[in-house]
Design a protein around this ligand. Structure first.
Ligand code: FE2
Length: 315
């Protein structure tokens, strides 16, 4: 069975595409295509789009992973829960397989052959610190005010009424592998789990999927990598200055995964995360078992999460 090789885009629905587009532009995505019923937005990396919104009652249909080859895509089409290979009617074309994720009710897509585009230029701040105090010389830093610069989709996080069945589905069908399983420190119950791509010796983000126990199943948040730490803060200040969106959590640095993060609600209560500086692991690091104590889950710095957020899910 093949393993997925990346995460590509999120698919949402929203009753007003103008409202959604305005938020996503303020969040730091760039419009690629807008029709009467669909909105495609990209980041600065080479995927032609990383965020799709379709017109309709607000919901979260699912998200898409990458198949490493056309042969792998055919392998995914052989799963019991899979559709046949279909052509994608969207910028860059390509093919996909739809997987019926029946534990939480998502439709998970696996895609291959989407034509990549030129990355967009990004101005990064050169920082004079640590062992390299002379990276920027005879030049002043003047960061532009404005939205963050979103690079790519980084991970999806879901709340689920059944953590064990969720992990069996994503590990069994997509080949995801454990980074950290989080157990209740008193009962030992599996409460949550961070999972990464399995690409052998290649380094990957600490997690591409985090699943946590919740009262309902749904999307907890979708995360996008931005240019750097300055970009997280620039984006934070910009969204604050727009004064139309609800802030959820941050800025801080996670324990498990290490990222510097900042979370905001979109206009329909789907949480969108900016992050940067992921922990990068490969197959030399075995899956780890931790507890839900403050030591394991508390951030390395920054405020604690709001109470509602642990277990929050938007179907
Ligand atoms: Fe996240």
């Amino acid at each position: 069975m093949p393993n997925v090789a990346g995460i590509v885009y999120i698919r949402l629905t929203a009753p007003d595409l103008d409202v959604q587009e305005t938020f996503l532009s303020h969040f730091g995505l760039e419009k690629v295509l807008r029709t009467d019923t669909k909105l495609y937005m990209r980041g600065t990396d080479s995927n032609p789009y990383i965020h799709i919104t379709e017109l309709g009652e607000a919901s979260v249909p699912g998200w898409a992973y990458l198949a490493a080859s056309a042969e792998d895509l055919v392998g995914f089409a052989e799963l019991d829960c899979a559709s046949e290979v279909q052509e994608i009617d969207a910028p860059g074309g390509g093919n996909r397989v739809l997987l019926d994720e029946d534990v939480n009710g998502f439709t998970i897509e696996v895609v291959h052959g989407i034509e990549q585009v030129e990355p967009m230029p990004v101005r990064r701040n050169m920082v004079n610190w640590g062992e390299e105090p002379l990276r920027r010389t005879n030049e002043a830093t003047r960061l532009a005010h404005g939205p963050a610069t979103v690079k790519r989709m980084a991970h999806a996080v879901l709340a689920t009424t059944d953590v064990e069945a969720t992990l069996a589905w994503y590990r069994g069908n997509l080949g995801l592998t454990c980074s950290d399983d989080v157990h209740d420190q008193e009962t030992g119950e599996l409460m949550a789990s961070f999972n990464r791509l399995d690409k052998g010796e290649d380094y990957v983000d600490h997690h591409v999927l985090f699943a946590m126990k919740g009262e309902v199943s749904g999307l907890n948040h979708v995360a996008f990598e931005v240019a750097d730490i300055d970009d997280v803060m620039t984006g934070h200040e910009y969204l604050k200055s727009v004064d139309e969106y609800e802030h959820v959590w941050g800025v801080g640095r996670h324990s498990l995964g290490d990222q510097v993060f900042d979370y905001w609600f979109d206009p329909y209560k789907r949480v969108h995360e900016h992050n940067t500086d992921n922990a990068m692991f490969n197959n030399q690091v075995p899956g780890n078992k931790v507890t839900n104590s403050q030591d394991d889950l508390g951030g390395q710095w920054g405020p604690p999460p709001p109470d509602f957020f642990l277990g929050y899910g938007m179907p």
